[in-house]
Design a binder for this molecule. Sequence first.
Ligand code: NAD
Ligand code: UGA
Length: 474
Amino acid sequence: MFTAKEIKNICCIGAGYVGGPTMAVLADKCPFLNIYVVDLNQERIQQWNSKDTSELPIFEPGLEQIIKRVRGKNLFFSFNVEKYISIADMVFLSVNTPTKTKGVGSGQASDLSCIEACARQVAKSSKGHTIVVEKSTIPVKTAETIKLILKSTEESEDIKLKSFSILSNPEFLAEGTAINDLENPDRILIGGEDEESINYLSKIYEEWVSPKKIIKTNLWSSELSKLIANAFLAQRVSSINSISALCEKTGADINQVSSAIGADSRIGSKFLMAGPGFGGSCFKKDILNLVYLCNYFGLPEVADYWKNVININDWQQKRLSEIIVEKLFGTLTGKKIVILGFSFKAKTNDTRESPSIKISKYLLEEGAHLVISDPKVSQKQVEQELKDNQFDDSEINSKLFSGTWEFSNNFDSAFDHADAVVVLTDWPEYKKLQWQLICKRMRKPAWVFDTRSVVDDEAIKNIGLNIWKLGSNY
Ligand code: NAD
Ligand code: UGA
C-alpha cells in the first residue's frame, strides 16, 4: 500500500458547471498546484480554451476574470483524459449524475454510468497512489461501488504499482453566485476513511478557508449530507410557493409573509422567495434520488414526504399557466405572449429544468405565439429545450403544440401587439423596463404576469396595464 505523497498534480474529470468554476478557483488560490480539467466533450473543452473568454461554455459572474489569470499557467483544459489521470496525485470526479431514464429505478434513481466509467478510467490510467475525490452529487454508498472497481485493479497484476483512497467532498455552489460561494464557502465537507488523505485535501482548502469551516465526517455522512442540503433548500421553496397560493386567495401578501416569518432567527430570511418553482439540474434529481433511496431502504412514509416537495413544484408551474389562460379569456389561440427569462434563475445561462420550459410548453399547447427573451440564453439553447415540440408531461402526453415561438432580445419590437408579458426569471434588468413605452405597444386589454416580484406593480397599474402578481390578490 502506497501512502499519499505531496499533492502537486490534480485532474478533474468533468468540465461542466461544477468542474470548470471549482477548478478555476482552486487554481487561483493554489498557484503551486497544476490542475488539469478533462472532459470527453471536445466542443466544451474547445470553448474552455477559446481565446475569446466571452465564449466560455458557462456564464458565471467573475469566472472570466479568473480564467484569464490562471488558464495556461496552472489550469489546463484537455480531452486527453487518460494522460492527465496518469500524472495526477488527486482525481476529482465532477461528472453528471442525472436521473435514470430506463431500467430499475427509472425516473428516480441516479444514473451512475458516468461515475462508473470514471472509476474504470482511473483504475486503468492512474499510476502510484491516487486520492479519488467524489465531487459529483451521488447517492449514499456510491463510494462503495467506486472502491470495488478500484480494488479490483489493486488486486490485479498492477498491485505493486497502484493504490487508491476515496474521499467524498460534495460541492455546495449555486449557479450565478458560484465564484463567491467557492471563495467564501459556508463550509467544506470532507468525508473519508483515510485520515492522511482527508488531511491532504483539507490542507489545500486551508489555503483560503478557515479550518473551523472544514467539516470532516465519515464517507456516508458526507455523501448523504449533500442530498439532504438540497432537499431542505428545495423544501423551503415548495413551502413558500404553497403559501403563495393561499395568499392569492386571502388577501395576504407573500412578500410580507416571507419577511415576517424570516425575521424569526430560527427560520431565517434566505430561500423564502416565492416564484414559478425551483429549476436547475439538481434539486429535482436529488430529491427523486432521495425518494428512491428511502423506498429502497423500506421507508415509504419518508419517501412520500419528500416526493411532495416535487409535487408542489410541478403544481405551481401548472397553476401559473392556468391562471394566464384564464385571465386571457380562456384561450391563447392567436395571442402574443412575451416570456421574460428562460434561464432557471438570474445570472446563469443554464436552462436545465427551468420553470420557463414547462410554462412555455403549457402556453404553446394552448396555441399561443411566444416571444422568448433572455439576456444570456441563446436561441439555440431555447430550441434545444423546446425541440420535441411535444410535452414530456404524462398528464398531457403526446399532445403536439399548436402554438409557435420566436426568440428575440429586441425590446423595440418584442412587445408590439403583445397581449401579455410573463416574467419568469429574476434578471435585475427586468426591474428597469420602461413600462410606459411597453404599454403603448401592447394590444389592450394587456396583462403583466409577474412570478418573481421584480416589476413595480403600482406603476404598472397606474399606466393602465392589468397586473397579476404571484402571491398577492391583485
Ligand atoms: P455538467 O453536465 O455541466 O458537466 C458534467 C461533465 O462531465 C460534462 O461536460 C460531461 O461531458 C462530462 N463527463 C461525463 N462523463 C465523463 C467521462 N466518463 N469522462 C470525461 N468527462 C465526462 O454537470 P454539472 O452541473 O457540472 O454537475 C456535475 C455534478 O455536480 C452532478 O453530480 C451535480 O449534481 C453536481 N453539482 C452540480 C451543481 C451545479 O450547480 N450545477 C452544484 C453542486 C453539485
Ligand atoms: C442549488 C443549491 O443552492 C446549491 O447549494 C447546490 O450546490 C446546487 O443546487 C446543486 O447541487 O446543484 P442552484 O440550483 O444553482 O443551487 O440555485 P439556487 O439558488 O439554489 O436556486 C434553485 C432554484 O430555486 C432556482 O430556480 C431559484 O429561482 C429557485 N429559488 C431559490 C426560489 O424560487 N426561491 C428562493 O427563495 C430561492
